[in-house]
Design a protein around this ligand. Structure first.
Ligand code: ZN
Ligand code: ZN
Length: 275
């Protein structure tokens, strides 16, 4: 099987290293393709998104690597783009000449105060002060935002589908086995199915010791597979050493769950390969 990882962060955003080091490591690890997916610039300042003025250089440097490494490994220019449903905050990717795009919900409202991914403390405050401790309505908002993203944007991949569990160790915020939670997740999947988005299995929460399972959890993957969703595998690497983290185990996990074909990017298009 072709090994391809489209979810990587370099020092153009919050990753550790230069682009070239990821390419060299990917070759060493036996990958046939690597895509860069910096956090796209957004409408307010953070310490983890690419600055707007850097995008041109990012695109140019990746272009040069494509030429330098031609015949050795495929290299693609992508972005992980925050969905805001608000042009003031969201990166306009339509004219940016990307090879692919990853859509992400890190914010449940177009406001720096509504990031569900930064820290447990921040999520606690959102839940307490913005949702009056009503965890169901916060979680409903998270998944509704995913539905809106899928219907309003044409991103290739949906990032870390159940990211809302990131700080939920020991069911701190909600019971992941509760009937109401499963119903919200299943409804979300039923709604987005017609748009045929690609779902990634993402190992970052797991190898960082934040989650007990990959994103998304097995029971969610099972439902996605039985509904015929296209599925791909990424590691959300923030250092070159994370490019292969859990990669083969994620594939094994998918085979065990009954997936027979994986979606891969190859020669600049999405193809399916047997597992
Ligand atoms: Zn992300
Ligand atoms: Zn990422």
């Amino acid at each position: 099987m072709n090994k391809v990882n489209l979810h990587t962060h370099s020092n153009f955003c919050d990753g550790s290293s230069q682009l070239k080091n990821y390419v060299d490591k990917a070759i060493e690890l036996g990958f046939q393709g690597i895509g860069f997916s910096s956090h796209a610039p957004i409408g307010f300042n953070t310490d983890w998104h690419m600055k707007k003025e850097k995008f041109h250089t990012y695109h140019q440097q990746i272009g040069k690597l494509k030429t330098d490494y031609k015949g050795e490994i495929e290299i693609w220019c992508g972005l992980e783009i925050d969905f805001f449903d608000n042009d003031e905050y969201e990166f306009d990717f339509n004219n940016s000449n990307l090879d692919y795009s990853i859509g992400a919900v890190h914010y449940i409202k177009p406001d720096s105060n509504y990031c569900i991914d930064e820290s447990k403390e921040k999520l606690k405050n959102i839940l307490k002060y913005e949702y009056q401790s009503d965890n169901k309505s916060l979680i409903r908002e998270y998944y509704n935002t995913i539905v809106a993203m899928v219907f309003k944007r044409k991103f290739d991949i949906i990032a870390h589908f159940d990211l809302i569990k990131k700080f939920n160790t020991n069911n701190y915020f909600f019971d992941e086995n509760a009937k109401w939670y499963k119903e919200i997740v299943f409804e979300t999947i039923d709604k987005i199915k017609e748009k045929d988005p690609i779902i990634e299995v993402n190992s970052r929460g797991f190898y960082k010791g934040q989650t007990k399972e990959y994103y998304p959890s097995k029971w969610i993957l099972k439902y996605l597979i039985s509904n015929g969703f296209r599925i791909t595998v990424n590691t959300d690497a923030h250092t070159p050493f994370e490019i292969n983290n859990e990669f083969d185990s994620m594939i094994q996990n998918l085979i065990t769950l009954g997936l027979s074909e994986i979606s891969l990017f190859k020669n600049n298009e999405w193809v399916k390969e047997s597992l």
